[in-house]
Design a protein around this ligand. Sequence first.
Ligand code: ADP
Length: 200
Amino acid sequence: MSNHIIKHNYQVTKSDRNKLNNHNSFLMWFTGLSGSGKSTIANLVELELHKKGIKTYVLDGDNIRKGINKDLTFAPEDRTENIRRIAEIANLMIDAGLVVLAAFVSPYKKDRENVKNIVKNSNFVEVFVNTSVEECERRDVKGLYKKARAGEIKNMTGISAPYEAPDHADVEIKTEEETVEEAVVKILEYLTPKLKLENE
Ligand code: ADP
């Protein structure tokens, strides 16, 4: 990084933006296998927050891999760079006052740790969408597992690439035991106190 980049101190701060919005901003990170339910759950959590007047944004494969990260593959080093850029984008969005929901397989523990370091621990909520590979393959929402079994997709998480499950996620959803609605309630219960501004 250049030594000649000197940060300008803008007068409107994150805290000012949060006060204007009347809620805190942070990142909710959904990790799990492809087809585990990350997007389905993140979508409904966002909808509920939106109805309550919370300012939100969802980052997911579609708006990231087709845009800013379209130069990246699914090789391990590119997956790491994919997650690093997402974390930096999320960090700007947190600064802008948004509750960011990010739904990415993010199979490597070290990459998720890196996200936590970039946005800071207190701004990071990890949601583990825990669905077995057998169930994800049965659902095969995008037909990716079939293609992976046929050898058409390399580096498919759960089939030909590893998934490192979190040991201490803030919220764990077992989608084979809990309904989508139950998952949303559980996540909102966890989030509600975090949204509240202090000293009020
Ligand atoms: P991901 O974003 O993790 O790749 P998706 O949300 O696209 O996964 O797909 C998950 C699929 O599993 C959806 O078709 C959803 O309807 C289904 N599903 C079944 N039960 C659940 C559950 N309890 N929670 C989330 N998704 C579920």
